[in-house]
Design a protein around this ligand. Sequence first.
Ligand SMILES: Nc1nc2c(c(=O)[nH]1)N[C@H]1C(S)=C(S)[C@@H](COP(=O)(O)OP(=O)(O)OC[C@H]3O[C@@H](n4cnc5c(=O)[nH]c(N)nc54)[C@H](O)[C@@H]3O)O[C@H]1N2
Ligand SMILES: Nc1nc2c(c(=O)[nH]1)N[C@H]1C(S)=C(S)[C@@H](COP(=O)(O)OP(=O)(O)OC[C@H]3O[C@@H](n4cnc5c(=O)[nH]c(N)nc54)[C@H](O)[C@@H]3O)O[C@H]1N2
Ligand code: SF4
Ligand SMILES: [Mo]
Length: 850
Amino acid sequence: MTTRTTCPYCGVGCGVLATPGAPVKGDTAHPANRGRLCSKGTALGETLNHPNRLLFPEVDGKRASWDAALDAMAEGFRTALNEHGPDGVALYVSGQLLTEDYYAANKFAKGFLGTANIDSNSRLCMASAVAGHRRAFGEDLVPGIYDDLEQADLLVLLGSNTAWCHPVLFQRIQAARAAGKRIVVIDPRRTATCEGADLHLALRPGSDVALYLGLLAHLHSAGFPVPEAALEPARGLDVPALTGLSAQALATFYAWFAATPRTVTLFSQGANQSSAGADKANAIINAHVAHGSLGLPGGGPFSVTGQPNAMGGREVGALANMLAGHLEWDRPGEFEALRDYWQAPRLAPRAGLKAVDLFNAAAEGRIGALWVMATNPAVSMPAGDTVRQALKCVPMLAVSDCVADSDTLALARIRLPALGWGEKDGTVTNSERVMSRQRRFLPAPGEARQDWWIVSQVAARLGWGRHFAWKNPAAIFREHAALTGLARPANRVFDISGLADLTDAEYDAMEPTRWPVARRGELGGRLAPAARFVPTAFRAPVNAPGGDLPFILNTGRLRDQWHTMTRTGQVPRLMAHVPEPFLAMHPADAVAPDGALVRVEGSHGQAVLRLRHDAGQRQGEVFAPMHWTEAFAQGARINSAVNPAVDPVSGQPELKHSPVAVEPFPIRWQGFVLARRQLSLHAAWQAVVPLEGGVWRHELAGGDAPAQRFAALRDACALPDAAWVVLEDAAGGHFRAAALKDGRLLAVVFIAPDHLLPPREWLAGLFAETAIGSAARRTILAGAPASGPAPSPTICVCNGVSRATIEAAIEGGCCSVAAVGETTHAGTGCGSCRPEIASLIAVARQPEPA
Ligand SMILES: Nc1nc2c(c(=O)[nH]1)N[C@H]1C(S)=C(S)[C@@H](COP(=O)(O)OP(=O)(O)OC[C@H]3O[C@@H](n4cnc5c(=O)[nH]c(N)nc54)[C@H](O)[C@@H]3O)O[C@H]1N2
Ligand SMILES: Nc1nc2c(c(=O)[nH]1)N[C@H]1C(S)=C(S)[C@@H](COP(=O)(O)OP(=O)(O)OC[C@H]3O[C@@H](n4cnc5c(=O)[nH]c(N)nc54)[C@H](O)[C@@H]3O)O[C@H]1N2
Ligand code: SF4
Ligand SMILES: [Mo]
């Protein structure tokens, strides 16, 4: 049985076909991807059968019945309401909830707890774009559709690593790249997205508003109408100095933009995660309004969403400063309309606390009950250590999650097992306003239940049962859809009331549907909303580097990881691309050799990462991926070092810009252990990596005595009947051991005084061998084969092709991505690695430095 459903990762919202026991396939009938998938989507099947699911409710660390857990929830909320009133209870939810779950959570908080303290991880993600849309269009609207990205003659990718974060959009763009189409990337670092771009503007971080003000002034001088108020902040602005871009590069970009009616600016976290995020959105919109490209096919501003249902959360209004269905407190009659529709006399009368303020309130003891759903704030919030402290201050911290061991769950008093992808049922909305069904195709594991059900049961125990008496997600969807058609004093574009009378069967069969759908049968398309110019003045990021914190820390994503790695971290082939947490730094800045460990220290905390020299970084700036958690790498959570500065309009944290210091991490030894199971080891620094074939890689470093540590690590492998071959050079600080039994390798332990250890890939491969002879035993401790190519990281995860193999093919004369594919099969699977193959070709073509 094949089920048509939707990928649970990014906001592209690809349709997938799921058949239990077979690999997941792209749905050729889905408008977002037409059959394509990226590396994460392709590996979805491998994330099922998660080894570490939360299967039963738990209260105070003990298994509890649902009845007991739900009673404890209700009691926790009652106590907090009595002690603090509605301002002292809160929910923190997520764009990974389905629309129906999201709607239920928002109705519970705002309608019945009477608090608008319900915020979402969308605050860290989309809040600035939402604020920009509301200021310009009076409503949170994304005008464009994906076809516009294909039809644009000039595509500007601003603060977006599209190749890695919206890979199927990137594939669509590349496939539709007709002669003459230009791509400009605006990003301080050189990313995979820059491959094949016509222009890369490596601007100073945070200077996008200045760049777009310069564009507005240029458009004005080229005859496009711009109101004086919007132009004013551009006067006298030294754009080259503020952006660090040459006058020539600026002139080229501005001239292309002015001359190309079909121009799209696609923007993402480089714009949103900024203390000027809302202004960046409006500066972009202003330029398109002046240019006349807003609403044109192939034109306009295009905010792409991150999470699978970031849009759905915005539609149901589950952010602290919004009501449901795009209704607003400050528009006459809307609050009353919602209050009457929900029959909710306690409806929250005003906006609540945004994420950063919410966790600050918790730290101050002002939050008596907090319910976290489908997000991992202990890892993903800035000033991570402070947030962990705050979570510990909440008397009733409840967490609903699918997995049993997130960093946030570890702090919870009540743990509620939620259904995950493939088990839950409902809808999601992607970046182009297309609502798609996520359908169930797996049985519920253990006692896990869908989030909306859990909400409805807590509500019932608080006496509000009849308002939450839905029998299925279809019933919630109908209530939500009808709400969007409420007679409103001001018209809203977001209207899906044409879907309010879907039967259960029609809902189950619902095809991907773009809003607005005001009447049954109608379908939404590209929007051309009336837009206001919102004057934006340039402001530098809140915290400038200097003094003790001389570097700017930028953070973001990797191709094959999803957020806090709860799913992708379980899949060896997705771990193969980048196995360890790292810090990228320009070689001229390097404070330590490539591969050494460094400490990154910010105003609120620190993290230890492996240093990577990377000429694609601007000097003075460093970059770290956001993904690693305490569970995967002790001491390597980058958000400990990220500052909690926020945008004054949107409240979105400035996750892309934190002043930090970077220095060598003092250690006496570094090492690794490969074993056939995950070991519980403790060291000053550690990263754990699952490898193919059931092998676990443990990277370790410490300041204790290496000889004792070597003995302890061998003991920790707990292999009493294995034969160990051992090499000890106590004076040099080198210790190596391999445990074998019946010709099979069971474990290796390597320790060195620094990071110069043999590559792990070859050793890991030996675990698959069944008859390791005596000659081979010696090479194990050498850490390298007697002959043959050195191992290298996997670039193509679909076909397991390493960088060395690709480089050999290029050396052998393959000079295009297609030719490399024919020779090595690299890039012929999902295609996510094609930009990296292109970059290896480009590097090989560069002349040798004299
Ligand atoms: N593989 C993968 N894909 C994902 C996700 C994932 O975890 N993994 N997560 C999804 C989610 S929730 C989101 S929100 C999206 C995010 O998608 P993106 O926004 O594309 O991803 P990021 O890597 O966070 O940041 C994008 C780029 O912004 C740049 N940047 C930093 N500062 C500035 C600046 O001041 N100006 C400009 N112009 N650029 C700047 C960074 O260098 C970075 O390359 O990805 C989604 N897709
Ligand atoms: N430094 C830095 N920090 C960042 C960012 C950055 O670029 N830099 N990006 C920010 C952005 S844009 C985002 S979106 C956030 C993401 O950060 P988080 O939302 O914290 O990350 P996830 O790992 O996706 O957490 C989702 C959790 O929900 C669980 N889950 C999945 N599905 C369900 C479900 O149906 N029900 C329930 N109850 N649980 C479920 C998963 O098991 C997982 O534990 O990180 C933000 N933090
Ligand atoms: S681009 Fe990849 S991660 Fe995003 S929805 Fe499509 S398959 Fe999933
Ligand atoms: Mo996001």
